[in-house]
Design a protein around this ligand. Structure first.
Ligand code: KG4
Ligand code: ZN
Length: 340
């Protein structure tokens, strides 16, 4: 018989955020994230530096998560951790830590797929946020992923479309690099896009079959466009930055919405959820809202702190798996290319 009061610690370390969270039944009690600013200087995540920073951050982050939840480690029922996908060195830190802690406390260990967690973050109990009914479509958009997933139940998901090269967040960040913006560039492009003309310049959308995405061609098109224009006018970027950002954003949102429309038509599913850092984007949020009127969609966007990389999403999957008594073997290992 399961007790009514289940406390689970979630640990996330797949990329450049070290995070820990405590969940009590379906409600998050703490959600601590230590970001690694060291990567800004390099214009992208440096794997070796990420693992070192995780190593330094993990103990204080876990302590803080327990303290904020106002519980001690002895009250925990299980430890959930990100097994993959992600950077191997980063995953190893979280995996080893979770294993040792579970072993030391003599409680179950629960491995979590990071992509599944982005989707199941929609099931965290949070006032003002509704949970999608099954089946629904989930689009995960971030610096590391771009997928459309048909979610049949908590643990039955099918990837029906994904990027064949760059992730959408990478398209933002690489475009930003070409324009001389800081890293990550997504938020600034979004801000400027709202001040510019989305139709000022046009970029060809990639032709990719089915529900898959491709963003590497767009990045090259932007590079050539900027090279050509700055040759004619060295001040082109500074004079037209808002229009350039608006046009890039218009193209990217168009690509995402086209595929979502196609996926919805193909599956007959009108409940659409998004997750990942790019779901903060004003353009995608507006386009989804428009989809409610235009296509009869019901759309779901989780609370922002549960949508970028975080451990609350790992903790909710831990809780759902705990209810099923679905535990991991202690010789489980991290898996950089773990599939859904
Ligand atoms: O989920 P996340 O925090 O980390 C992972 O990549 O897994 O996502 C970060 C990505 C970056 O590429 C960043 O540029 C992008 O999300 N991003 C945005 C916005 N806010 C963050 N992209 C477009 N518009 C935004 N408002
Ligand atoms: Zn992620």
């Amino acid at each position: 018989m399961l007790s009514e009061n289940i406390y689970i610690l979630g640990i996330e370390s797949s990329c450049d955020d070290t995070a820990a969270s405590v969940i009590h039944n379906g409600k998050i009690l703490s959600n601590v994230v230590a970001n690694q600013s060291i990567h800004e200087a390099y214009g992208g995540v440096v794997p070796e530096l990420a693992s070192r920073a995780h190593q330094q951050n993990i103990v204080p982050v876990v302590h803080q998560a327990l303290a904020k939840a106002n519980i001690t480690k002895d009250q925990l029922h299980a430890i959930a951790f990100t097994r993959g996908p992600g950077l191997m060195g980063s995953l190893l830190v979280g995996t080893s830590f979770a294993k040792s802690l579970a072993l030391g406390l003599n409680i179950p260990l629960i491995d979590v797929n990071h992509m599944q967690a982005h989707i199941l973050a929609h099931f965290i109990d949070e006032e003002g946020f509704k949970k999608p009914p099954f089946p629904f479509l989930a689009m995960t958009i971030s610096g590391g992923h771009t997928q459309i997933v048909k979610v049949n139940s908590y643990f039955n998901m099918e990837v029906i479309g994904e990027t064949i090269d760059d992730a959408v967040g990478e398209a933002y960040d690489k475009s930003g690099k070409i324009l001389g913006l800081g890293y990550p560039a997504g938020p600034e492009i979004d801000k400027r896009a709202q001040l510019g003309n989305p139709k000022a310049f046009s970029f060809t959308k990639p032709k990719v079959d089915g529900l898959n995405f491709s963003f590497s061609g767009l990045k090259t098109a932007i590079l050539y466009f900027i090279q050509k224009e700055t040759k004619a006018n060295p001040n082109f970027i500074s004079e037209r930055l808002n229009d350039i950002c608006a046009s890039i954003q218009y193209t990217i949102i168009g690509i995402l919405i086209d595929k979502l429309k196609k996926a919805s038509k193909q599956t007959g599913i009108k409940h659409i959820a998004i997750g990942g850092g790019v779901s903060a984007n004003s353009g995608i949020r507006k386009a989804l809202k428009d989809g409610e009127h235009k296509f009869g969609w019901t759309t779901y966007v989780p609370k922002f702190e549960f949508t970028t990389d975080n451990a609350a999403m790992i903790a909710i999957v831990g809780y759902l798996k705990y209810l099923e008594q679905d535990f991991s073997d202690s010789n489980i290992s991290a898996s950089a290319r773990l599939k859904l």
